[in-house]
Design a protein around this ligand. Structure first.
Ligand SMILES: Cc1ncc(COP(=O)(O)O)c(C=O)c1O
Length: 385
């Protein structure tokens, strides 16, 4: 009797072998240094800066607090131009600072903020732009910087998806005034929970480091209304170990993405985003597909059908941030002004992708989609000994 296959999810956190982590834990137990910039924290900052090819990095407890702090560090006020096609934390970080988000539409190919829409959204209150490198794909960083320079605006990238991504031979995290990474369990590189801010110079990093430690500059002096954003030694130790395995993890993601492409290209009614010309500009953090009008069933019906088979995709990002109750009253949140974001949000499904996903499971997911399209995969001939 054939047994039901175990469900698979859109992602599964990547973990190193437990035995490899135990020596790190022993060191923490021996030293009793649990947090406040301990040795693992310092070592992870140094190793990440070198791995990512950036100058200065400040570790955080998560990316949301890092985004809030990044805005504080540059004293951003008034209005910030951002994308509706992101995880809600991007815009929440603005509201936590009393800043008004101004949404602009996205590019239909990259799903990143469309630079051609930015200028029309600038007002005398605009102080910054907060774009997302969506699914890890670099924004048009040059166009965004030109506009920022012309209007004297800061640029803070939500780079939560962009771990290890290069742009024109350099880390994409070197662009803009600051970039914020997430090391959440679901991300390409995880420390269970965690995040970081990439700064261009030592002074900015030092200010950010004060802000993430309540504003303390020494034992008795508090210079700003800081917060507790410090990464613990446990998370930092895990990060050091994860870093040893991350190249392998990214390369497995690449292989899964290539297999999906092979199996799904040419399926009627399914669009696959065009990969960037430079493979170093992709980390395959996500594998989005678009379910078009000529697919036999709707996006939501396909999503449900997959779920019933235990093949859990995710409608990411749906709804748009601009559709959530705290944003939908804003003038820039009207769907009429965001037709591309709305259209992508109504068509997208992110397919399961994570390093331990087997080729067989990729074939199950692609097979179901092809079957629904009436283009079932041909079964390989059984092999007889
Ligand atoms: C685009 C984006 N921004 C911000 C965040 C927030 O990150 P964190 O969970 O580390 O706070 C996430 C993910 O969780 C994200 O996907």
């Amino acid at each position: 009797m054939s047994q039901a296959k175990p469900p698979i999810y859109v992602t599964q956190p990547d973990l190193p072998p437990l035995e490899e982590f135990l020596p790190y834990l022993r060191k923490i137990w021996d030293s009793r240094v649990l947090t406040n910039g301990g040795p693992f924290h310092q070592q992870l900052e140094a190793e990440l800066a070198s791995y990512l090819g950036v100058k200065h990095i400040s570790l955080f407890t998560n990316a949301t607090i890092a985004l809030v702090t990044a805005l504080q560090s540059l004293r951003i006020t008034g209005e910030v131009i951002t994308t509706p096609y992101s995880f809600v934390a991007t815009a929440h970080s603005l509201l936590w600072n009393g800043i008004k988000p101004v949404f602009v539409d996205i590019d239909p190919e990259t799903f990143n903020m469309d630079p051609a829409r930015i200028e029309a959204a600038i007002t005398p209150q605009t102080t910054a732009i907060m774009p997302l490198h969506c699914y890890g794909r670099p924004c048009d960083v040059e166009a965004i910087q030109r506009i920022a320079d012309d209007y004297n605006l800061k640029v803070i990238y939500d780079a939560a998806h962009a771990f290890g991504v290069q742009h024109e031979g350099q880390s994409v995290l070197c662009h803009g005034d600051l970039s914020v990474l997430s090391f959440h369990a679901t991300k390409v590189f995880n420390t269970f929970e965690g995040g970081a801010i990439i700064s261009p110079d030592a002074r900015t990093k030092q200010h950010i480091d004060h802000l993430k430690n309540f504003g303390f500059v020494n034992e008795t002096t508090v210079v700003a209304t800081g917060i507790n954003g410090k990464m613990s030694e446990f998370n930092a130790a895990l990060g050091l170990l994860q870093l040893k395995h991350v190249d392998q993890a990214i390369s497995r993601r690449g292989a899964i993405a290539r297999l999906y492409r092979e199996l799904l290209s040419g399926v009627r009614g399914i669009s696959l985003p065009v990969p960037p010309a430079d493979p170093a500009s992709a980390n395959d953090a996500y594998f989005p597909i678009l379910v078009e009008a000529d697919f036999p069933v709707s996006r939501d019906a396909l999503y449900q059908q997959m779920k019933e088979e235990g093949l859990n995709g995710r409608r990411y990002f749906h709804p748009l941030i601009s559709e959530f109750p705290m944003y939908r009253g804003l003038p820039s949140a009207s769907n009429a002004l965001l037709p591309v974001a709305k259209s992508v949000s109504s068509r997208v499904i992110c397919l399961p992708i994570y390093p331990s996903l087997s080729d067989e499971d990729v074939r199950r997911v692609a097979g179901l989609i092809r079957q629904t399209a009436g283009q079932a995969l041909t079964q390989p001939e059984p092999v007889h000994p």
